[in-house]
Design a protein around this ligand. Structure first.
Ligand code: PLP
Length: 284
């Protein structure tokens, strides 16, 4: 039955015979003793005080209490390789000394201010980021999450163009607030609330997509949505550069859009690129 089973890997789920798990290499770190609450106690407290919308992926979720470089440790000091890809904000490993030093130095000096006053840190950080960006992407707008970045991008595109319609792709994930939920096209991540002004084009997945790897056909679908589903003017086109969040039953994975599909973006200047795999282009 569609959607009945949530599993990262259907192959792994299908394996019945015991497999030999490879041994992890030696690692020179002894985790601190842990005398905090157990996984069972935390699970009970979560169930009592946190929204049930915060689900976990496993029937017996791990209680992660420490991290070092690429490894995590549970409450019993057991070591795990952290292979949880997708959270771009945690791409520097765990407890990196440079990051700890920078956070500690700043917290010791000034913990919080607002952009209504001056402080060099935000301007320096924006300059450093802009120096890494290609082309004319030279202005930085800081947000707290990917959802906010995409919400902001959609709003800016709408305000700038004076158009409301956004084109997004089926199977995409763009966040969990009202605008980004509208742009998202996976039933797992949608609630039954008003999500207006987004049209979802056929996903140019070269492996499982309706038109295979024929990029021209996917581009034509976008063109037809604009011609038949909008006034002919859209605010923008949003897509992950590489789709990595997939509808569970489709097996997961990460792929580039079918070759040629990018041509539909020609002549449009990039308005916004968010961290990680995502971005939005606005029509001018
Ligand atoms: C492609 C993509 N866009 C947007 C988001 C939303 O980011 P956040 O969870 O930080 O709001 C995610 C989060 O996983 C994502 O993978």
């Amino acid at each position: 039955m569609l959607g009945a089973r949530r599993s990262f890997s259907r192959l792994a789920a299908a394996v019945r015979t015991p497999v030999e798990v490879p041994r992890m290499p030696a690692f020179d770190h002894v985790p601190l003793p842990y005398d905090g609450p157990s996984a069972v106690e935390i699970a009970r407290k979560r169930a009592e005080y946190l929204s049930p919308s915060l689900f976990h992926f496993y029937s017996k979720p791990l209680n992660i209490v420490e991290g070092k470089k690429q490894y995590l440790y549970d409450e019993h000091g057991r070591r795990y390789l952290d292979a949880f890809a997708g959270i771009a904000t945690v791409c520097c490993g765990h407890t990196h000394p440079d990051i700890i030093d920078a956070i500690t130095a700043q917290a010791n000096r000034l913990q919080h201010s607002t952009v209504l006053y001056l402080n060099h840190a935000i301007a320096d950080f924006a300059e450093a980021l802009a120096a890494k960006m290609p082309g004319d992407l030279k202005v930085v707008f800081f947000t707290n999450s990917g959802t906010e970045a995409n919400e902001l991008a959609i709003m800016m595109a709408r305000l700038y163009t004076g158009s409301h319609d956004i084109i997004s792709l089926r199977n995409s994930y763009h966040g969990n607030a009202s605008g980004t939920m509208g742009a998202t096209a996976q039933k797992n991540w949608k609630f039954n609330v008003v999500q207006s002004g987004v049209h979802h084009a056929v996903n140019p997945d070269p492996y499982r997509g309706a038109f295979g790897s024929d990029g021209e056909k996917y581009a034509r679908d976008v063109k037809e949505i604009i011609e038949f589903g909008t006034t002919g003017h859209v605010a923008g086109f949003i897509s992950e550069a590489i789709q990595v969040r997939c509808w569970w039953d489709r097996g997961g994975g990460a792929w580039l859009p079918a070759p040629g599909v990018r041509r539909c973006e020609e002549g449009r200047r990039p308005l916004h690129r968010r961290r990680g795999p995502g971005g939005l282009r606005a029509r001018r």
